[in-house]
Design a protein around this ligand. Structure first.
Ligand SMILES: C[S@@+](CC[C@H](N)C(=O)[O-])C[C@H]1O[C@@H](n2cnc3c(N)ncnc32)[C@H](O)[C@@H]1O
Length: 284
């Protein structure tokens, strides 16, 4: 099988699911990752074959894409904050907008310029993308990541070797449990915040493949995780500590009001590159 034929056929098979440029991007990404070829190899060297011993796996990958499975699960990796994170079914695929939280967290810790190791708590850590990025970007940072999902924690623990954060299984909503790990200088969190009623606006492959518990909250209590984060802040955030939480863009003012009424200070909504209200920063 020629590489060019695989690419042409792959794009045609994905076009019923994705707009053409996206279908093309997915097939090229598959070839780059699996075969190590460049995105233009099939154009400048049209006779390039797919190695015979790779053909079956490549066709199987394409089949998974044709079922609507996210490419990150098919490849088993995604990029976040310039690093490659392992992902797969059962763990949320980190989103680019969450990189804003990491940037704010890193900036905040650098500004604190503490005379000791900064201590960070990442609630609802998932793949550990936030926890690891901070641990690797802020020298000496001691990071604790918490999640309820054993699958997510398996991924989080296996990402990298050096400078590892500690990952712990706990229910973030159980705010009164024994928790002898504080105090922290920074609490950071990207909790579930999509209302059940927002399902209709979401892409089919997200609904079909990504873990429900990572995404959804009930319509009658959409801010439950923020109430919990506020309580954790009261319990384990240092008096000069900072909180940073990703938010549902449709619930910014309500979420900010929740933190204010919980007694937290300097509550500010920050927007993303699309001018959407994306995260809230507060102090103790
Ligand atoms: C939106 S995902 C965020 C994952 C990761 N921090 C990121 O930004 O990609 C929310 C995470 O919350 C976890 N979660 C859901 N309910 C939880 C609970 N009650 N206690 C702790 N973690 C929970 C899910 O397993 C999921 O990993």
């Amino acid at each position: 099988m020629l590489l060019a034929d695989f690419i042409r056929n792959g794009i045609a098979r994905l076009e019923p699911l994705y707009p053409s440029p996206e279908a093309r991007g997915l097939v090229l990404m598959l070839c780059e990752e699996r075969l190590g070829v460049r995105s233009y190899t099939h154009i400048i060297e049209p006779q390039t074959p797919v190695p015979a011993d790779r053909e079956a796996d490549l066709l199987q990958d394409l089949e998974r894409l044709c079922q609507g499975e996210p490419i990150q699960y098919v490849l088993g990796v995604t990029e976040f904050c310039g690093r490659r994170f392992a992902v797969g079914p059962g763990v949320l695929i980190p989103r680019p907008e969450t990189e804003l939280l990491v940037a704010e967290g890193v900036r905040t810790l650098q500004e604190m310029d503490l005379p000791r190791a900064p201590r960070v708590l990442d609630l609802c850590t998932g793949s550990g993308c936030i926890a690891w990025s901070i641990a690797l970007d802020v020298r000496d940072a001691e990071v604790l990541g918490v999640d309820l999902s054993e699958t997510a924690l398996d991924y989080a623990r296996s990402q990298f070797n050096a400078g590892a954060p500690v990952f712990l299984q706990a229910n973030v909503l159980d705010t009164e449990q024994d928790f002898p790990y504080g105090p922290f200088d920074l609490i950071i969190s990207n909790p579930p915040y999509v209302r059940e009623s927002e399902r209709a606006q979401m892409r089919r492959n997200v609904l079909q493949y990504e873990p429900e518990m990572a995404l959804f909250v009930p319509d009658d209590d959409p801010l439950r995780f923020y109430r919990a984060v506020a309580r954790w802040a009261q319990r384990v955030l240092r008096s000069d500590g900072v909180g940073i939480v990703e938010i549902n863009e449709a619930l910014g003012p309500e979420t900010a009001a929740l933190f204010r009424s919980a007694g937290l200070n300097n509550v500010q909504i920050h927007r993303d590159f699309f001018e959407k209200e994306r995260f809230i920063r507060f102090t103790r």
